[in-house]
Write a protein of this length. Structure first.
Length: 289
């Protein structure tokens, strides 16, 4: 359920000024991801309807299908924004992603639990508000299912969508000169997915859940790939992973912004990349800041 970066991503990026988004970029990838996610939720909903957990097995199969599919789709759109929030809070506050996922999932379970409870009251004569102990038990049931499906989505790797480069990504590449044409790989699965309008001058990579947002001097594009794989495809570019979710090309760094203990690299076009606190001293030693 965490893949809603599709999610309102472009509009939020435009609001906070973090990316320079070309109109329409990433729509095909996001639509494909949405179709895959909802297909997975459909399968889960059908399985739950066939099993009939929590006393629902006594209902007709058609009713169980409508209920569990409806709950599955509702849960998807409730839990999905957690991924977007985790990405933003992790970058802004440098907090462990696992803790943010746990907190976000627990928070998203509150409205989901209300929906599930309200649905169960439809067949009654009046809406009954649960007592504290009953509400807590109901919340825990919903949390187990919602958290389990969220974990499943985080663990899913779709065959063929994520390339497996032979080279291992390095945190800090040191090659300062472009390799000769003979040394260049026949294909670069990262750059090949970028629209021609963005060029191939990559200035930064930003992890967004199962995606990598590839920033160039002309805009950005979402690519379905792991950050470490994307870094491997840029091994010929002098750059560094400055944060668990950011890789930056050294030549793109134009300034350094400090706000208390927080350090951000200002890149070409005003893009800002957070620096993990553990990386600050290493960047100073390397002459980046």
């Amino acid at each position: 359920m965490p893949l809603y970066e599709a999610r309102i991503g472009a509009s939020f990026d435009a609001m906070d000024g973090v990316t320079t988004q070309q109109p329409g970029t990433g729509r095909r990838s996001l639509a494909r991801k949405l179709i895959i996610d909802l297909s997975v939720m459909t399968v889960i909903g059908v399985v739950m309807a066939l099993i009939g957990p929590f006393g629902s097995f006594g209902d007709p199969l058609a009713v169980r299908l409508m209920v569990w599919l409806g709950l599955g789709y509702a849960g998807y759109f409730i839990y999905s924004p957690v991924g977007w929030l985790v990405d933003r809070l992790s970058a802004a506050l440098d907090l462990p992603r696992i803790l943010l996922w746990v907190a976000g999932t627990m928070l998203a379970t509150v409205p989901m639990a209300v929906i599930v409870w309200s649905l169960g009251q439809i067949t009654t004569d009046y809406f009954r508000v649960p007592q504290a102990q009953e509400a807590l038990l109901h919340y825990c049931y919903v949390l187990v299912i919602g958290g389990g499906i969220t974990l499943l989505f985080n663990m899913i790797q779709i065959p063929g969508d994520q390339p497996q480069p032979t080279a291992v990504a390095q945190a800090d590449t040191t090659t300062k000169e472009a390799p000769s044409a003979a040394a260049q790989p026949a294909a670069n699965l990262l750059l090949d997915q970028l629209p021609a309008s963005l060029g191939s001058d990559v200035i930064a990579l930003e992890m967004e859940d199962h995606y990598v947002r590839v920033h160039t001097a002309l805009g950005s594009e979402l690519v379905l790939m792991r950050l470490r794989d994307a870094m491997a495809y840029l091994s010929d570019v002098e750059g560094r992973q400055v944060h668990r979710s950011w890789w930056v090309a050294r030549l793109a760094v134009e300034d350094v912004k400090r706000e208390g203990r927080n350090v951000r690299l200002v890149l070409s076009g005003g893009l800002e990349a957070p620096v993990a606190r553990a990386q600050v001293s290493e960047l100073k030693t390397a002459g980046w800041i």
